[in-house]
Design a protein around this ligand. Structure first.
Ligand SMILES: [Zn+2]
Length: 248
């Protein structure tokens, strides 16, 4: 009887974990009952979203001028996969190249978009931001943010935004080779601070670099993204004594 019970429990546990594998992301959202102000209460693993003292995004203001420490981008054209993950559109770039930052060398993993920009500059949002997510050999994360202002059509976005995966779970290979370097602005001066993931579980220890010069995006391109995600930005979080440096 007891053995039977244990077997049943083991089967249930196995079932639960296979369900978890099928649905890796617990439900969270930007608005409503599972919205940003509730993230910290949705799951025990999300507690950092409300208890963390070094959260992202932040408003970039009253910055301190740091020592010159330019970012060296070594991105390479590579195959890419575009995914609608239910919270944003993400582009996976397993062989997209590397970046050298003051905190060390990282390889690019993926990039994704938020509208409006999560980070604000002197209290003002940009219409869109791309977060370029990198990881180093120790597993630490570094994000380079590229801000977008409305203007001309952005040719680097064209292979992505011409064919956005419409539904959560949809994905496809991006046509041709994608070069992340084409998305960068001409000038690489940047704001830098230590923060967190801007989505649950809001893990801290993320090295943030926000490029100061925005690039352009057309009204039509912005509308194509907003048709899928009209608003997917976490509000700015308190600095709690952190200093934002501007450098590069
Ligand atoms: Zn992001």
């Amino acid at each position: 009887m007891k053995t039977k019970f244990l077997l049943a429990a083991a089967a249930l546990a196995a079932m639960a974990s296979s369900q978890a594998a099928d649905h890796p992301a617990p439900h969270w959202d930007y608005r409503g009952k599972a919205g940003t102000s509730h993230w910290g209460d949705l799951e025990p693993d999300f507690a950092t979203c409300k208890l963390g003292k070094a959260q992202s995004p932040v408003d970039l203001h009253a910055v301190k001028h740091g020592a010159a420490a330019p970012i060296d981008f070594h991105y390479a054209a590579s195959h890419a996969e575009i995914v609608n993950n239910g919270h944003t559109v993400q582009v996976n770039l397993p062989e997209g190249g590397t970046v050298h930052l003051p905190s060390g060398d990282y390889h690019v993993v993926q990039f994704h978009f938020h509208t409006p920009s999560e980070e604000t500059v002197n209290g003002k949002h940009y219409p869109l931001v791309a977060h370029l997510v990198h990881r180093n050999d120790a597993g630490e994360l570094a994000v380079v943010a590229v801000l977008f202002k409305q203007g001309k059509e952005n040719p680097a976005l064209q292979p992505l935004f011409a064919d956005l995966p419409p539904h959560a779970g949809d994905k496809h290979a991006v046509a041709g080779a994608f070069d992340l370097g084409a998305l960068l602005p001409a000038r690489h001066a940047y704001y830098a601070y230590m923060g967190s993931l801007t989505t649950p579980p809001c893990s801290e220890g993320v090295h943030w670099q926000i490029l100061q010069q925005p690039v352009e995006i057309s009204k039509g391109q912005l509308a194509a993204f907003r048709k899928l995600y009209p608003m997917n930005a976490r509000p700015v979080q308190p600095l709690n004594g952190r200093v934002v440096e501007i450098t590069g």
